[in-house]
Design a protein around this ligand. Structure first.
Ligand SMILES: [Fe+2]
Length: 130
């Protein structure tokens, strides 16, 4: 059983999929079950400072930076996307990033609260504290 917005990765070909609507079946790619990708603990080792998304909300805009110390955006090590969603998961915003981009997502939002997560190509998935 999958859950809305869960991420699954194929460890053979690298496909990464997000669940849009939940279902009972197991997700399979390249002939084997896909791995459920879960976020790291925010306090993990010293990587958290550069990976945990930092959310700031102004009057009409929400800004998400990766992390409290900016994450590198180099060819071999960079943030692949930043995603924000409402706690009920009914509103989702995602921005794809590439080397040399600023690890930043800005958008207009009327949500009282958002959850943010990002994927580092080397260090995996990180989520804002709930
Ligand atoms: Fe990283």
């Amino acid at each position: 059983m999958t859950k809305k917005l869960d991420l699954y990765k194929c460890n053979v070909c690298g496909n990464l999929v997000e669940v849009v609507l939940e279902g009972e079946g197991e997700l399979v790619c390249c002939g084997q079950p896909m791995e459920h990708v879960k976020p790291h603990s925010p306090n993990e080792e010293m990587l958290g400072e550069k990976h945990v998304p930092v959310i700031s909300v102004t009057e009409n805009e929400t800004e998400i930076r990766v992390g409290s110390i900016p994450h590198p955006m180099e060819d071999k090590h960079y943030i692949q996307f930043i995603e924000a969603y409402s706690p009920d998961k009914n509103y989702v915003k995602r921005k794809y990033l590439y080397p040399n981009d600023e690890p930043l997502l800005k958008f207009k939002c009327h949500c009282a609260k958002v959850v943010a997560r990002e994927l580092c190509n080397i260090h995996g998935l990180w989520e804002s504290p709930q």
